[in-house]
Design a protein. Structure first.
Length: 255
């Protein structure tokens, strides 16, 4: 465990000593902030218009009209930022030749993979904590349902961690960071849109496609519902991709 902690500390240092983490966090906060205030401005405009018809004011709901659209707009952009965060984790080791030194040191490939993953997950958590300032404004000045906010953030963290594990796998397959990030984007796009094909196939196969969609499982989290199948899906996805990464590194170390 101490070896994993040391590797996490090393990777976090690499993130925050260089501008990588700061740039990614700044871009995420900037885009998510823009989306939030655009959605909030539209909500305010609708509120002013509905003041002319007092009977319609009861239809105004901060969760349905502000927070729900905010999370559903942010989630895709957030997911595609993660491979940029992970593209260098293993590919850079190969390119610089430090991978051989790392893998011949008294540390297992499993510990290497977990250390890299936990470091990326920590940066993802920081990103989400900083972005919490936007729904916090709603909590201070409005009266939304608190539950969906926290479950949505849990869903974002699980989804982001799943994207990070995939990004690490792609990074283990090449020493070129550009190829690593583009490969991760390609797989993520497929996993995001695979649920769309569910309506054009049979009910059994359609249910399978929907279950494989990483975006489909986020729906319940954004509505304030923590479904066991969603949690199991994300954790299983993380475990499977990290296992594949470990096998890739083991096979490369034997060559």
């Amino acid at each position: 465990m101490k070896k994993i902690q040391a590797l996490v500390t090393k990777e976090l240092g690499s993130y925050f000593i260089s501008p990588v983490a700061y740039v990614i966090i700044f871009i995420f906060l900037g885009v998510s902030g823009f989306l939030f205030f655009q959605i909030l401005s539209y909500f305010n405009l609708q509120s002013i218009q509905m003041m002319r018809y007092p009977g319609l004011l009861d239809r105004l709901n901060l969760n349905d009209m502000v927070l729900f659209p905010f999370f559903h707009n942010v989630v895709v952009f957030f997911t595609f930022l993660i491979p940029v965060l992970t593209m260098r984790l293993l590919s850079e080791e190969k390119k610089l030749g430090t991978g051989e030194l790392l893998f011949t040191s008294p540390i297992t490939t499993t510990e290497v993979v977990l250390g890299k993953f936990f470091a990326a997950a920590a940066v993802i958590l920081v990103m989400l904590l900083f972005s919490f300032v936007y729904p916090l404004m709603i909590l201070i000045f409005g009266n939304p349902d608190v539950g969906p906010i926290f479950t949505a953030y849990l869903g974002l963290f699980l989804l982001g961690s799943a994207a990070a594990s995939l990004g690490i796998l792609m990074s283990s397959l090449t020493e070129n960071q550009v190829i690593a990030v583009i490969s991760a984007w390609g797989v993520l796009i497929f996993l995001l849109i695979i649920g769309w094909a569910a309506q054009s196939v049979g009910p059994t196969f359609g249910a399978v496609l929907q279950h494989l969609s990483i975006l489909e499982h986020f729906q319940s989290f954004s509505k304030g519902i923590i479904e066991l199948k969603g949690v199991v899906f994300y954790l299983s996805f993380i475990f499977f991709t990290l296992f594949l990464t470990q096998r890739v590194l083991d096979s490369q170390s034997w060559r």
